[in-house]
Ligand binder design. Sequence first.
Ligand code: PEP
Ligand code: MN
Length: 339
Amino acid sequence: MIILLKNNTKNDELQSLIEWLKNMGLDVHISEGAEQTLLGLIGDTSRIDTDLIQALDIVESVKRIQEPYKNANRKFHPDDSIFEVGKDNLIGGGHFQIIAGPCSVENEEQICTIAKDVKKSGATILRGGAFKPRTSPYSFQGLRQEGIRLLLLAKKETGLPIITELMDLSQLSLFDEVDVIQVGARNMQNFEMLKELGHCDKPILIKRGMSSTFQELLMSAEYVMSGGNERVILCERGIRTFETYTRNTLDISAVPVLKELSHLPVVVDPSHATGMSRMVPPMALAATAAGADGLMVEVHNDPAHALCDGPQSITPETFDKLAHQVKSLRNAMNAALEC
Ligand code: PEP
Ligand code: MN
């Protein structure tokens, strides 16, 4: 981090700033120019509040050279993170997971049928919302506790690990047998929740907020990781732009950007990103080609009557075709990379 001081800075003010920075465990390199003085901070500056320094009378400007996230930063962890998501399922570093299932769990037959179908086609993790974040309070809110029970039933019947969204910390005790906890886009910056999940012994998938920057997403991951839970998966699910044709705009560049900045696995959700089932297969393939470590796809056996997100849900038949295409694409990519 570099601090540029104003040119009329008094020595005692400068010395007290330097002392304060040293007390924060940093080495301070002073560079006195003819006009202005620069302070170069050496050490872990992730705990330094740049706004606080910027607000000091003697400071002209502050510039971060290093990112404020440390645990999630590839600079401190050059190799891809690889970890288990459910028994014997690895993600990251070339290990790819296909997460599939309905937007929300509706009843036993629905979740069990879809679970069996997607497993047959190659899905490796079952998704299904029990607690649903809906824009309208009059829309279906999810089966809640019963939804978790049904997901666990589908897990038992198929052997698929399950992922479902935690909307509030008060629900956490119901998630004991859930394999991966999803933090939804709307909760990406629920910092109290993220802190608590840092003490949790299971992988956490964090969806990018619809108006969040990459750095904000990585800072959310940092919240979980700084609590001791290193198993964080980043999920790009589209962001809000001026375009209204699609539900959101899928930011495919999120994959190479996040993988450059961080060692954490990155998955892409083309369903919430586009809001249209016909856009899901091409975007899923594009995300795979961009180097994603996995996909999260909404699949429903009767999209027209789905209680949530029917228009963006693909059928088990379409999913079957897509899963095979993804597999072929990954094989082709691996062969091409070997050349
Ligand atoms: C979901 O995956 O069911 C969901 C609500 O997604 P998002 O948080 O990305 O909107
Ligand atoms: Mn949905």
